[in-house]
Design a protein around this ligand. Sequence first.
Ligand SMILES: Cc1cc2nc3c(=O)[nH]c(=O)nc-3n(C[C@H](O)[C@H](O)[C@H](O)COP(=O)(O)OP(=O)(O)OC[C@H]3O[C@@H](n4cnc5c(N)ncnc54)[C@H](O)[C@@H]3O)c2cc1C
Length: 392
Amino acid sequence: MRTQVGIIGAGPAGLLLGHLLHLAGIDNVVIEARSRQYVEERIRAGVLEQNTVDLLREAGVGQRMDKEGLAHDGVELLFDGTRHRIDFPSLTGGRRIVVYGQHEVVKDLIAARLALDLPLYFEAADALIERFEGDSAAIGFVHEGKKIQLECDFIAGCDGFHGIARQAMPGALDAVFERIYPFAWLGILAHAAPSTDELIYARHAEGFALFSMRSPQITRLYLQCTPDEDLSLWPDERIWEALDRRLGTADGWRPTRGEIMQKGVTPMRSFVCEKMHHGRLYLAGDAAHIVPPTGAKGMNLAVADVRHLARSLARYFDHGDEAGLESYSQTCLKRIWRAEHFSWWMTSMLHRFEDVEPFAARIQESELRYVVSSEAGSRVLAENYVGLPFSD
Ligand SMILES: Cc1cc2nc3c(=O)[nH]c(=O)nc-3n(C[C@H](O)[C@H](O)[C@H](O)COP(=O)(O)OP(=O)(O)OC[C@H]3O[C@@H](n4cnc5c(N)ncnc54)[C@H](O)[C@@H]3O)c2cc1C
């Protein structure tokens, strides 16, 4: 089998890249290790920054997002028992976010791909990057018991943090910058109507908490916990009581309770592999970088990478212009490090660090007070949260 771009991974990065390449008239094949049902039901990110919303609309896959997504004009920071609102449009020239689950974006992209009859192999086993230096590239995989050899001009490694593409990239290990945080998030998905319209980020003596939502019927809530937290020690009642303490305000507001449909622990890590391309192999999304979810940047960064990769590949195939491909890592890394800083900053400002000396705790409190009381401070948070405009 032959194509122009072989894409490994049908997460948001791989599927959107495939769609953008198709719109640019470039053939591509997507292979995915998991089943369609698994990727469509995988609950992860849910905040789309303005750039992501605009791009999905331009690419013709934003109709359901526009109908079912929840447009938000701000977030609230809660500390010392009081909520402080950061208004996005007034601080960013009208930009905002849309709350729409990552798995819904994935469903829309899969539906678009299948409607266009474009090749997408689910449950592709034993994927192997066979060649990516020289004049061409190749991926081998097994589908329905048959070995398939995919010959291509380029390979896009959109296979997430645990995929094979970064492992295959020469020199990747030496280009890694990493920070692992001494805490994690215990996340729940509850069948409960959100009791307020916007996300609430709470700093509390017991630890961070986040109130968010996925739809008018579903609430998504998080509690700071230990990285090896034993979920069996967290019956539903204990989770709701902790959420009440950390998110409750003096006026009696508490999150509405409901049946907990899903519980999980998400580790917190900052990770960048600065080597994002070599020969004919390109990395995009979580394959190259991870952010702690506090800044809501993971999926948005994946989208920014593939937007740039699709444009660079189009310039190459249309005009033989290699400039975009050659500078791919440097161009993406500017945005990646901005998001890494923002995510680290939000994490550092809002979480409880064990053994932190009283001085550092006072610094955290002072920073939060500054962010909510100074227009300049609020704007730093707002413009990063809604996403800085693309520079090209
Ligand atoms: C548990 C969890 C919770 C998260 N929560 C949030 C959140 O609340 N907010 C936020 O902003 N971000 C969150 N993120 C981050 C966000 O979801 C990611 O940044 C986003 O999924 C990146 O998209 P991607 O397409 O690069 O990678 P992925 O979504 O990981 O997609 C990679 C795909 O490649 C496939 N694959 C892997 N190896 C192979 C192989 N060998 N062959 C074929 N296919 C392969 C995988 O099955 C997967 O479908 C979370 C991430 C995780 C893991």
